[in-house]
Design a binder for this molecule. Structure first.
Ligand code: DP6
Length: 333
């Protein structure tokens, strides 16, 4: 009844922003991401009669039932798993991220993809990758995509029960090995508004939300085609535009949601400037202040050098296309 798994985070090229069903975590739009090598969650789970209550330890800190962090995420997910499996034993979960949690580097994606994968083994659920992505989705939408490696599409689906809202691989990590994202960490603080709360507020109040949805299918087609043709300009340009459209819906939410800080903006402007001078790169930003710069491997050194000179960039992480979630024999307890 003990199992461990490792799952990488992912960075969206076409973003998921807004749900049509909050309980089932069904999105309003299809999204595409790259699974991020080296930004991972490592999770061990054990169901056993010896536990009198569920225990959840995240990055060395125990989160308890009754706290917002516990009830809104892991508590809901455990309910889903128990309903599905009828498992009655309590569970101990220990999970570590090797990158800052909740600062816009998709920690919930890595976390729930690892957790779903570990549960699949510990409870002998025997789910294939498609069904595993559906289970991970119930923890956090973006986790749906982290089940697969390389470049991944999460189809929004049409059905009410969510059975057609799952992830599929577009291309494996070896298909486009010189695609890179350089994450510029501009703040290590936990963000004030979670993606979950932020997107709900955007759907309810942003006058731009309708136009966001109208442009999505075109962006999906362009990015998919770009990945399959390894057309860096098409993928980079479309992803950057898509990110700005999402942030336009955030900024026009009431009250406004602005995830950027001073150095986020300085980094954006630098990317545009470098590009205008012939160094091809594009940016993307999620629900946080970090800027992820898309480029090809041949330009990584030059871009890192420039990023390190930017005031306010605290850390720079180079990310390659990574593997999907997998079981490991290394247990954390
Ligand atoms: C901006 O997956 O964190 O990173 O489904 O409520 O858990 P929940 O939201 P979450 O949202 C991610 C939003 C995003 C874009 C993306 O990853 O596609």
């Amino acid at each position: 009844m003990k199992a461990s798994a490792i799952a990488n985070a992912n960075i969206a090229l076409v973003k998921y922003w807004g749900k049509r069903n909050k309980e089932l975590i069904l999105p309003n739009n299809t999204s595409i991401s790259m699974t991020a090598d080296g930004l991972y969650a490592h999770t061990t789970v054990e169901f056993d009669k010896k536990y009198k209550e569920d225990i959840f330890v995240l990055n060395g800190r125990e989160l308890r039932e009754g706290s917002r962090e516990y009830d809104e995420y892991i508590g809901l997910f455990l309910k889903v798993v128990r309903e599905k499996t009828k498992e009655e034993d309590r569970v101990k979960i220990v999970s570590n991220n090797n990158f800052p949690t909740a600062a816009g580097l998709a920690s919930s994606a890595a976390g729930f993809a690892a957790l779903a994968t570990a549960f699949n083994k510990a409870l002998n659920l025997d789910l294939d990758k498609k069904d595993l992505s559906i289970l991970a989705r119930r923890g956090s939408g973006s986790a749906t995509r982290s089940i697969f490696g390389g470049f991944v599409e999460w189809k929004k689906g049409e059905k009410k029960d969510g059975s057609d809202s799952y992830a599929e691989q577009i291309a494996s990590l070896t298909y486009w090995p010189d695609f890179r994202m350089i994450a510029c960490i501009t703040s290590k603080k936990q963000k004030k508004i979670s993606s979950r709360a932020g997107m709900a507020r955007t759907v309810a109040t942003s006058p731009m939300y309708k136009s966001w949805l109208l442009g999505i299918e075109q962006d999906i087609e362009k990015v998919k085609k770009g990945i399959l043709k390894r057309d860096f300009t098409l993928v980079g340009r479309t992803s950057e535009e898509n990110c700005l459209k999402m942030h336009a819906t955030m900024i026009t939410t009431q009250p406004a949601i602005i995830y950027w800080n001073k150095s986020t903006i300085e980094t954006i402007q630098s990317v545009i400037d470098w590009r205008n001078k012939g160094l091809e790169c594009y940016f993307t930003i999620d629900a946080g202040p970090q800027v992820k710069i898309m480029c090809l491997e041949k330009n990584v050194d030059s871009i890192i050098k420039r990023c390190k000179k930017l005031e306010g960039v605290k850390d720079v992480i180079v990310i390659k296309p990574g593997e999907g979630a997998k079981i490991t024999n290394e247990h954390l307890f």
